[in-house]
Each structure stands twice: as C-alpha cells, then as structure tokens.
Design a protein around this ligand. Sequence first.
Ligand SMILES: [Zn+2]
Length: 45
Amino acid sequence: MYKCGKCKLTILTDISTVGGIQCEKCGSKIFYKQRPNVKRVIKAR
Ligand SMILES: [Zn+2]
C-alpha cells in the first residue's frame, strides 16, 4: 500500500511493476510506503 506524498491519496496500484507510476489525482510521483500493521504501542514508565 502506498500513499501519495502530495495529496495523500492512497494508491492501490502495484507500484513496483512499472516504476513510473503517477498519482491518479495530482500526478505526483512521490509516494510513501505504508505497512498495515506497523502500529506500535509505546508504554511510558
Ligand atoms: Zn496525489
């Protein structure tokens, strides 16, 4: 799962296939990788 670095639209297309994908909304080519289960719970002591 990727998120557009500009408009933060979630990209569902497989980016790794072509390497030249653009955001459907704003045409940006900057994306952030998103992992579904990265949520970390930090306990303060
Ligand atoms: Zn975008």
